[in-house]
Ligand binder design. Structure first.
Ligand code: PCA
Length: 222
């Protein structure tokens, strides 16, 4: 089959290392799925820089070049114990630490004049259920923070909104430290790369197969 007859691919992104870490478990897992076929679609993996602005420019280029049907952006959330399906991206950059290019925006919008927030368009409840069913720890998260991951998540949802094709879905998933990272952060929880790769496959399959999300509780009291 020629490239032209191919169904639109799945774009899967991870991040470069940041904050003094030797690796980033998001890219370690994402890179392993590059070229794999899931739900009849080719997966294209890409590594984004941990930098405000540059990360989004690269993501926009990939969206233009690939015209993917589904976009899952993955990032490390050190200290979290579960795969975190992010519900909402907010229009704020507020960096506690400088990014990899030395930028440290404080209370700046991701997109000037953009709406306060966007919701993920992934079926996050169905995806969480699929992960639990597969024996993988997963939660719905009500905040993706205010650093580069939220920046990319907001920018992705804004871009998909501007492109105006509601069939193209996207969202963000945070993952725990790898065991090697957790070994250097006493007491921090971790998830091994094989489990993250299995989780990514299950999430992509579920997202492609679930046009309407399931109505399952996933809220929090605080
Ligand atoms: N995690 C950071 C940025 C890159 C990454 O993997 C975050 O949660 O914002």
């Amino acid at each position: 089959m020629s490239r032209r007859d191919e169904p639109a691919p799945v774009l899967l992104t991870g991040f470069a290392p940041f904050g003094g870490e030797a690796g980033n478990p998001s890219w370690d897992a994402v890179r392993r799925l590059d070229g794999e076929r899931i739900g009849g679609r080719r997966v294209v993996a890409d590594c984004l820089p941990v930098a405000f602005g540059a990360s989004l420019r690269q993501l926009r280029e990939r969206l233009d070049a690939l015209a993917p049907a589904l976009v899952l952006c993955i990032g490390q959330a050190g200290g979290r114990a579960q795969l975190s399906l992010e519900r909402v991206a907010i229009n704020v950059d507020d960096a506690r630490i400088a990014d990899n290019l030395g930028a440290r925006p404080i209370d700046e919008p991701v997109v000037a004049g953009g709406p306060a927030a966007y919701f993920s368009s992934l079926p996050i409840k169905a995806m969480r259920a699929a992960l639990i069913e597969a024996g993988l720890p997963a939660e719905i998260s009500q905040t993706a923070g205010t650093y580069v991951c939220n920046h990319v998540f907001y920018g992705l949802m804004h871009e998909l909104h501007l492109r105006g094709d509601a069939r193209v879905r996207g969202g963000f998933i945070h993952i725990p430290y790898s065991p090697a990272q957790a070994a250097r952060h006493a007491g921090a929880p971790s998830l091994d790369t094989d489990s993250v790769v299995r989780a990514l496959r299950a999430m992509i399959e579920t997202a492609l197969a679930t046009p309407l999300d399931h109505r399952l509780a996933g809220g929090a009291e605080h």
